[in-house]
Design a protein around this ligand. Structure first.
Ligand code: AGP
Length: 612
């Protein structure tokens, strides 16, 4: 996600800002920029790496002891020079950097256009800085008050820093939903999205809280107010952890950090799209193509790896809810088997990186036959995203760990919204069911938070099976793709052979593998096929298999049969996969760590397979 740095004090700002942006590169980004105030307000920004920005500023005057810097992870608007931050206000007398999503930026932009504002970028950020200046000018307010009034009109998440030519001895910062840290030096202040750019200058920091605005002076005391204008006493903490740990947010590995980010990343994938108060789902990116879905005789889904597992969930969702036939294809097979493709086919291409060669080739093939291509990608402006006709970004933020975790749950969330939106548009899902599922989805982030609390229990289970040579993962219905995903997680980071299977398929072969050395992970949550899964568990037990079961809270039947049970909150069975996958991610993580494997960069694997 985006990275923010800012400085005000007695030193030259540029070197501090550039170094700070390098420190934030690990967060993932696609463009970078800096603004400096030295009488004039200078903005340098460009697409690409921070090193590109440094080249871009070579030979240019970069003086100034106050400035802001930003690495952009695109959410609204392609990665390019114009959309890069900082963004100017209308008068070009102030600039702003922003991390987050302003959900109501479109109506605000329309209002401002009617008041004569002109915009150069596609971003939500530019709208906010124009709004701040419009309010300051029309209500004749101080900058800090204008920021406060503007933020009371904003819906969404933000961490912002504002720099104004007419306010050369103060930075304004505000936070809601996205992180912002203030480092307190001697007659100088540092700001950043996390402490990594700050820790080398000072260990005294203030973590801004949601709904707070900070007034950061060149000299003197830091002041904080809430957006309801109440003074807040800054709570200064002393940083304890070192730089390397900070990049992982205090976690030992990026993968664990990303597993724990899932309550937020799932929420972000629904932000502005699931509106429970209004009882609507609105994936704006596919609205113009809804009719294509309604006319389609079938949906094809092309993907690889974990994304293919998300596609399998989507098959169950679209057929179950929208009553549209679905075929899920491994992109690498689809592209070469001379498939039948109809012009009225809708193809959903799923890819975290948006750069997977096989998926891209499958898209090109389907496109050449006249099919409509809908993308579900995590990287804005990626090749696959730009090759599709339309789509919905997953907004999971950058996924650094090679083993996909938060991207999977974000993909499944977006696909669930998509299937529900199409089913509702088609009129084949009862209103009561539609609204019940909207409410259930809204509760998912909180339920994921609860499941993460089973981490220590899962670590204990991992210790019992870390030396196993084989694992079997079983699930039925919506939990079958989760069984496949759990097996993939384990094998790709712990190098233990693991297979996912439909639970009922066991009798057609895999049951021959069961013995006292075979751990069998079973997703046995409440649902239509629960009793059948219990029978499968009994078959495993009869052959001395070791059973690790994921069950619905309060389950006693499976508990009496399994060697270990992991309880998850009750949830509708068509969205259970968003919750039941979490324990499997943690199980694979802990086993891999106990086996001394390189969890974030497993052997032989790449984060994005851009070659065949
Ligand atoms: C999953 O943990 C792996 N990293 C891999 O299977 C991955 O899902 C696959 O390579 C597809 O990548 P994509 O989603 O970026 O297209």
């Amino acid at each position: 996600m985006c990275g923010i740095v800012a400085y005000i004090g007695h030193r030259e700002a540029y070197p501090i800002l550039i170094k700070g942006l390098h420190r934030l590169e690990y967060r993932g980004y696609d463009s970078a920029g800096i603004a400096l105030l030295n009488g004039n307000l200078q903005v340098f920004k460009c697409k690409g790496k921070v090193s590109n920005l440094e080249k871009f500023t070579e030979g240019k005057s970069k003086s100034g002891t106050i400035g802001i810097g930003h690495t952009r992870w695109a959410t609204h608007g392609e990665p390019n020079d114009v959309n890069a931050h900082p963004h100017y206000s209308e008068s070009k007398n102030m600039v702003m950097i922003h991390n987050g999503i302003i959900e109501n930026y479109a109506p605000l932009k329309e209002q401002l256009k009617k008041r004569g504002h002109t915009f150069t970028s596609e971003t939500d950020t530019e709208v906010l800085i124009h709004l701040i200046e419009d309010i300051q000018q029309s209500d004749n307010l101080k900058l800090g008050d204008a920021v406060r009034v503007a933020l009371n009109q904003v819906v969404g998440a933000y961490a912002i820093v504002v720099l104004s030519k007419t306010n050369p001895d103060e930075l304004l910062a505000a936070k809601k939903g996205s992180p912002l840290v203030i480092g307190i030096g001697k007659d100088e202040f540092f700001l950043a999205s996390d402490a990594t750019p700050i820790v080398e200058y000072t260990k005294n920091v203030v973590y801004l809280e949601d709904g707070e605005i900070a007034f950061i002076p060149r000299k003197g005391e830091l002041k904080i107010k809430t957006i309801s204008n109440k003074a807040v006493t800054p709570y200064v903490q002393e940083l304890q952890i070192q730089l390397e740990a900070l990049e992982k947010g205090g976690f030992d590995h990026f993968m664990l950090k990303e597993i724990y980010e899932q309550p937020r990343s799932i929420k972000d994938s629904m932000r502005g799209r699931l509106l429970p108060d209004k009882g609507i789902i609105n994936l704006g990116g596919i609205v113009e193509y809804e009719q294509k879905f309604l006319n389609a005789k079938r949906i094809l889904i092309v993907a690889c790896g974990t994304s293919w597992h998300a596609g399998l969930v989507a098959e169950y969702l679209f057929e179950d809810l929208a009553r549209i036939p679905v075929e899920v294809e491994y992109a690498s097979e689809f592209r070469y088997r001379n498939p039948i493709i109809y012009e009225d086919d809708v193809v959903i291409a799923i890819s975290q990186s948006g750069e997977t060669a096989d998926t891209l080739a499958a898209i090109e093939l389907a496109k050449s036959k006249g099919a409509t291509i809908i993308g579900v990608c995590n990287v804005v402006g990626s090749t696959i995203a730009r090759t599709t006709h339309a789509g919905s970004y997953t907004h999971a933020g950058p996924e650094i760990g090679v083993a996909s975790t938060k991207a999977f749950t974000a993909q499944v969330t977006v696909l669930t919204l998509m299937a529900l939106q199409i089913a509702h548009r088609k009129g084949v899902v009862p209103e009561s069911r539609f609204h019940q599922l909207i409410s259930e989805l809204d509760l998912v982030p909180e339920k994921v938070e609860r499941v993460l609390k089973t981490n220590e229990q899962i670590k204990y289970i991992a210790d019992s099976y870390k030396n196993s040579r084989n694992f079997l993962y079983l699930g039925r219905g919506y939990s079958f793709p989760v069984a496949l995903e759990g097996a993939l997680k384990l094998k790709e980071i712990s190098y233990i052979h693991a297979e996912g299977y439909p639970a009922a398929e066991m009798k057609h072969g895999p049951i021959a593998l069961i013995d006292h050395e075979m751990p069998v992970v079973v997703i046995a949550t409440k649902g239509a096929s629960y009793e059948k899964v219990v029978s499968n568990i009994q078959e495993v037990k009869a052959r001395k298999g070791k059973i690790i079961a994921v069950v619905t809270e309060g389950d006693t039947i499976v508990k009496s049969l399994a060697d270990f049970t992991i309880e998850i909150p009750e949830v509708d069975e068509i969205i259970v996969q968003l919750i039941s996958v979490i324990p499997l991610q943690l199980l694979s993580y802990h086993i891999a760590v106990m086996r001394g494997c390189n969890v974030d960069q497993p052997r032989n694997l790449a984060k994005s397979v851009t070659v065949e």
